[in-house]
Design a protein around this ligand. Structure first.
Ligand SMILES: Cc1ncc(COP(=O)(O)O)c(C=O)c1O
Length: 387
């Protein structure tokens, strides 16, 4: 195999750059997962996870990617024919819809509240649907729609859903640890997240937390998955601080260290840093004369999506970025392929990453015949200011 270039700057919206102490924690020896040592590590990591989720609810670490816990949230609460409302304004909202279709079936019981991609979901519309269908069992939403760079108002939607019987399931895969999420305050029943975005651990571990209200539903729902049956995770954890199946011991070390870094920085400080980097990035693109994909009221603080100017070919632009400047950016997903590019500024992203990336983007666009300048200066102004 050809030698890899490990020096690339990851400015994609996950996986993100992993700090050295997290990487070296994975060189610790493998220990047995049915030992007191692993039990202690698992409990400590789970307690840290709860702090980041801001919840008192039962929380579990799952060896799997973010999609595994999306699947788990639905398969454990939804049976065939159950009424499910999925809020969709991007690829990951649509993923919840696709998962719900598998477990609930594809009849009138599956309700999709589709919003324009690039705009945020509207809590009033959620209320209207819940009023019309009080028997909805589950409502799903994605907090930070990574595919479009849009942030949904999960606190406001939680305020609506709490007055109905429905469970409120929220994907915070690309926001938790970077943007404000308070599971208990927001009335979230099942919150799911992944390791590889704002938490800045390697990919492959996920987490979810489960409210009392959700447990009641789970206990009355047919078991449809062996690996992702949340009841077995609860039993093993309550009995012995263990997981039902062999966990990634290595990733548990990594999560423990990564969560320490998150908590040592402090959640408030981390949210502020993400917000400032997002503002600087947005100011930079706007000064360059580029058009953002997400509407102003809906913009994410962890990923920014930018419309390509006429004549720019995605592959060429991102090819220059990666081959000449050593910076990875992401393209558009689904129908947005070739139309937008996405820059992540989450996890351990720092000011110099933003400035360097904006400078390289200006140079790449200039090389492709687009006059894009002034981005770095505009970003510098934001970074120098108090927000
Ligand atoms: C918002 C969101 N949800 C879910 C996922 C799926 O996570 P994974 O690719 O780890 O399965 C992603 C990944 O990009 C995401 O950004």
């Amino acid at each position: 195999m050809r030698k890899m270039d490990y020096t690339k700057l990851l400015m994609i919206p996950g996986p993100t750059m992993v700090p050295n102490t997290v990487l070296t924690s994975m060189a610790n020896p493998i220990i047995g997962h049915r030992t007191a040592d692993y039990g202690e590590l698992l409990e400590d990591t789970t307690e840290k996870m709860k702090k980041v989720f801001m919840t008192k609810n039962d929380t579990y670490l799952i060896t799997g990617s973010g999609t595994s816990v999306m699947d788990m949230a639905i398969s454990n609460t939804v049976d065939k024919g159950d009424k499910v409302l999925t809020i969709v304004n991007g690829n990951f909202g649509d993923r919840f819809y696709k998962i719900a279709k598998i477990y609930a079936g594809d009849g009138d019981n599956l309700i999709k509240l589709e919003n324009e991609w690039g705009d945020s979901a509207e809590p009033e519309k959620v209320k209207e649907i819940l009023e019309a269908h009080p028997d909805i069992k589950v409502v799903t939403v994605v907090h930070n729609e990574t595919s479009t760079g849009v942030k949904n108002p999960i606190e406001e939607i939680g305020n609506v859903v709490k007055d109905y019987d429905a469970l409120y399931i929220v994907d915070t895969v690309s926001s938790l640890g970077g943007d404000y999420v308070a599971v208990d305050k927001f009335n979230i029943d099942i919150c799911v997240t992944g390791s590889q975005k704002c938490i800045a651990a390697p990919p492959g571990m996920a987490a979810l937390c489960v409210s009392e209200k959700a447990w009641k539903v789970i206990n009355e729902t047919e078991t449809k998955s062996f690996y992702l049956d949340v009841k077995t995770y609860k039993k093993k954890y309550d009995d012995k601080k263990e997981t039902p199946f062999t966990p990634s011991v290595t990733l548990t070390y990594a999560m423990n260290e990564a969560l320490d870094i998150v908590l040592n920085e402090g959640l408030e400080n981390r949210y502020k840093r993400h917000e400032k980097l997002a503002k600087a990035t947005i100011a930079g693109f706007e000064a360059m004369g580029l058009e953002l994909f997400a509407k102003e009221r809906a913009r994410s603080v962890t990923v920014t999506s930018v419309k390509y100017p006429e004549g720019i070919v995605d592959k060429e632009f991102r090819g220059i970025m990666t081959n000449k400047y050593g910076i990875s950016l992401a393209g558009g997903q689904a129908h947005l392929g070739g139309k937008i590019f996405r820059m992540g500024h989450m996890g351990e992203a720092k000011e110099y990453h933003i400035l360097g990336t904006l400078a390289a983007i200006e140079m790449a666009f200039n090389e492709l015949g687009i006059d894009a300048t002034g981005g770095v200066d505009a970003a510098k102004k934001v970074l120098n200011s108090e927000i």
